[in-house]
Design a binder for this molecule. Structure first.
Ligand code: FAD
Length: 415
């Protein structure tokens, strides 16, 4: 395989964000290349068989309400797949169909291992951040500057020169496991390909899950449906908390699934338990030591230790998978800082697409949120390279072009 020597824009990752941004960029007169270390939609292909999208798909595009899981204004997974709640495999099929339809140049099996600003290769990069030309977080510095002089990507198949990089590496490749001592004894939800197989290959049918948000409850319901007994521990009570922002509370789909097994007596959800450590006892069982979260009293076990015969399941979520560009995206309290164009504030020309985009405290962690930023990135790059960006109007017409970030305020619902 040979990678191109030079392109205008390199997009790293061919998941929902990479394919979606790639399509927006490909509408402009630009040379775009996507690099994917695995295959298109690889993260979705690794979801457990039983898992489904929590955001529903519906063919509502013709009323200016694009399917919530669509990544372009003119497609709908509901239409492509005939599914309301697609599985991971099905959604990856949709992503492949979109890439095929738009004839996107995607090189699969190419790992991007390093991204250098071009001047670094000539030895002047150390001055990069001192040049004073980097855009401010508020979006200043829009024009391409001397410091904004392109990149060299090191890949497993050779070096590529480009003017702009869009990082779309997702989160699935970086499970959050560094949360308390003993996590090496656990299994993270991202390692499980089928909950039915997981139950079948375990010595007993007693399980303990740490984390009661979407992936924890998804695992719990799937295991209970196979006849297992499951205890879920969480520092709060996500299953009892309601609010208008789906990034903060369980989705209606998950609550419905939870309700469907509530009468089985095989599911125990326990709020207010902060796991401090996991150890193995003399019988080979796993001791999960907890303390009560502020404001909670645990009823089970005087020392708040839970013993389970199977490896505890970590449903502790994911971290940003920024790989070789990690140091170019500063964080404040764990939140990635971006300009108003989703560009690195310290590395002009490097953009971020996907679920780590956050503005004004609002996480763009669902597809229907982060997709609205694809045309913003494409228009910014198009303007800087002086090409016509009118083709992006279709995103505006379909309400998939979120430019005014003042609308990113906590949702309010009257009922
Ligand atoms: C378990 C789970 C369930 C979710 N459910 C929903 C849901 O129901 N609805 C919703 O809207 N959102 C959901 N999300 C959130 C979000 O939509 C997904 O995280 C989605 O996969 C993000 O798309 P992405 O393109 O950013 O990342 P991914 O789909 O993970 O794509 C990233 C791609 O980048 C590639 N890559 C990474 N590093 C490199 C590198 N160095 N070189 C080359 N390639 C690289 C990876 O192989 C991967 O294919 C869910 C997330 C998770 C983890």
């Amino acid at each position: 395989m040979t990678v191109p020597e030079r392109v205008d824009v390199a997009v790293v990752g061919a998941g929902a964000a990479g394919i979606g941004t790639g399509v927006a960029l490909s509408m402009l007169d630009l040379e775009v290349q996507l690099f994917e270390r695995d295959e298109i939609g690889a993260s979705f292909r690794q979801w457990p068989d039983e898992m489904r999208f929590i955001t529903p798909s519906f063919p509502s595009n013709s009323f200016g309400l694009p399917d919530l899981n669509a990544i372009t204004p003119d497609t709908s997974p509901a239409v492509t797949l005939d599914r309301q709640q697609p599985s991971g495999d099905e959604y990856a099929d949709y992503l492949e169909a979109v890439a095929d339809f738009h004839e996107l140049p995607v090189e699969t099996g190419v790992d991007v291992t390093a991204v250098h600003p071009r001047e670094e290769t000539t030895g002047t990069a150390s001055d990069h951040n001192q040049a004073g030309t980097a855009p401010a977080v508020d979006g200043g510095g829009a024009l391409k500057t001397e410091a904004d002089s392109g990149f060299v990507l090191e890949t497993s198949e050779g070096a590529v020169q480009c003017e702009y990089v869009v990082w779309a590496g997702g989160q699935f490749g970086k499970p959050r496991t560094d949360v308390f001592p003993g996590t090496e004894l656990c299994v993270h939800t991202s390692e499980v390909r089928s909950w039915t197989d997981h139950a079948a290959t375990s010595s007993t049918d007693d399980f303990l899950i740490i984390g009661g948000y979407e992936s924890g409850i998804d695992a719990a319901v799937a295991l209970v449906e196979t006849g297992c007994r499951v205890r879920v521990l969480d520092r709060g009570e996500p299953w009892a908390t309601r609010g208008p922002d789906p990034s903060e509370v369980l989705s209606p789909y998950t609550l419905e699934r939870l309700e469907s097994v509530a009468d089985s007596d095989r599911l125990l959800v326990e709020g207010g338990a902060v796991v401090e450590e996991i150890r193995r006892d003399a019988d080979g069982c796993f001791e999960v030591r907890t303390r009560g979260a502020d404001g909670y009293e645990l009823d089970d076990g005087a020392d708040n230790t839970f013993t389970v015969p199977t490896r505890p399941i970590l449903a502790t979520g994911f971290e940003p998978n920024l790989g070789p560009v990690d140091s170019y995206f500063p964080r404040t309290e764990g939140v990635v800082q971006l300009t108003d164009q989703d560009e690195s504030p310290s590395m002009p020309g490097l953009f971020l697409a996907g679920p780590d985009v956050t503005h004004n405290g609002i996480k763009f962690c669902f597809i229907y949120k982060f997709r609205a930023r694809f045309p913003v990135i494409a228009e910014t790059i198009g303007d800087r390279l002086g090409v016509d960006t009118d083709p992006l109007e279709s995103y505006r017409e379909q309400n998939m072009f979120l430019e005014d970030l003042s609308c990113c305020e906590p949702d309010m619902c009257d009922c």
